[in-house]
Design a protein around this ligand. Structure first.
Ligand code: CP3
Length: 340
């Protein structure tokens, strides 16, 4: 019998819907902060298999989540390619920006299989302890990963990467091709190590105009989904083109994903109208409503589930849990979704 999330991704409607939360492993959990303190920095935590596996399983144990999402980061791909990566407290990720052919030449896909070995070992350890929950592997989309690689970190508008795509399409295209190839390799390796579903996070997809969205979001994602499915026909893929708006339906149809993540700004009923009925929707409670908690949160969560009742739905947030979230509110949210 397939696990609940895989059944929904095969097109089945389950009531109440299975649930997990983006960034469910993280700083809002005291047990995460305890391990994070022993690890020191984030990259060490993500590349020490026993610790990465432990923090992956913490929210599954505490709340009975329907999925365990591998504790790692989308920026481990540039890290594995040889771009330096560090996380500065309060500032987020820092990478030496790639803006020219010389920067691109410093990246090497041949480093990747060796570099990701500890991450794959973490996948194996999680698989051994995951029980009835679905083990979700993931990667960032080539576009969103390129945003950080070109900018050298986070940004309000990622003007550097969007500018580069217009000004030097050959260089940008070469970077995107490298990211497509690396992402295919990385996702296939996670599946070989035990990931049952994979998710492609495209946090910044919604910044692009429609033509660029098709070129830099839909087409690379389609290549990734088709290569992953050619190697692993039974594995289900979820795409999360955040803020895709009206292009959500085109993304779902053209990429070949089995499920789409819906961001906080989208109306779930309208999303259901855009996305073909056999494709699952995942989402989309506002993470800040989870911070607030209480009856308003519980009513909203029940309403989101009702809006998609009878159609394939995986309950989730519309974006990741934020650190100031109370662990008790997460428990109350799961109880509300499960019919409490
Ligand atoms: O629990 C899970 O969801 C799995 C682990 C996971 C992390 N990052 C852990 C993490 C996942 C799936 C991600 C994805 C990710 N990382 C995305 C896409 C999804 C999204 O949130 O939009 C993006 C854009 C990143 C890049 C990133 N990583 C940023 C901007 C930051 C700094 C901001 C922050 O939240 O701290 C990170 C660091 C990061 N990744 C942390 C965690 C738990 C915090 C590190 C710490 O503990 O100090």
């Amino acid at each position: 019998m397939a696990k609940r999330i895989e059944r929904v991704l095969a097109g089945e409607a389950i009531w109440p819907p299975p649930a997990w939360l983006m960034r469910q492993a993280g700083r809002y959990l005291p047990e995460y902060r305890a391990i994070r303190a022993t690890a020191g920095d984030f990259v060490t935590l993500a590349t020490t298999p026993a610790m990465a596996a432990e923090v992956t399983l913490q929210p599954v144990r505490r709340y009975g989540m329907d999925a365990a999402i591998l504790f790692s980061d989308i920026l481990m791909v540039p890290w594995a390619l040889g771009q330096g990566l560090s996380f500065k407290a309060g500032e987020g990720p820092v990478l030496p920006p790639i803006r020219d052919a010389q920067g691109l030449a410093g990246l090497d896909i041949r480093r990747v299989p060796g570099a990701i070995t500890p991450i794959l070992e973490a996948v194996r350890l999680v698989k051994a302890g995951v029980g009835d929950a679905t083990l979700i592997g993931f990667a960032g989309s080539p576009f969103t990963v390129a945003c950080y690689m070109v900018e050298g970190g986070g940004s309000k508008d990622f003007a550097a990467v969007r500018g580069l795509a217009y000004a030097d399409p050959a260089l940008f295209g070469a970077l995107m091709d490298l990211l497509v190839e690396t992402t295919i390799l990385y996702l296939k390796a996670q599946i070989d190590a035990g990931a049952e579903v994979v998710m492609v996070f495209d946090t910044w997809a919604g910044m692009l105009p429609p033509r660029q969205f098709r070129m830099h979001v839909i087409e690379p994602t389609r290549r990734i989904v088709s290569a992953v499915k050619a190697a692993h026909p039974g594995v289900r893929v979820v795409g999360f083109p955040r803020m895709a708006g009206m292009l959500l339906g085109e993304y779902a149809a053209a990429t070949g994903v089995d499920g789409v993540g819906v961001d906080t700004a989208a109306d779930l009923g309208a999303a259901r109208g855009l996305v073909a009925g056999g494709i699952a929707l995942q989402g989309n409670l506002d993470p800040l409503l989870l911070v607030a908690g209480g009856a308003a949160m519980e009513d909203e969560a029940r309403g989101l589930c009702e809006a998609l009742r009878g159609t394939p739905h995986i309950f989730n947030l519309g974006h990741g849990i934020v650190p100031q979230t109370s662990p008790d509110h997460v428990g109350a949210l799961l109880a509300a979704v499960r019919g409490g």
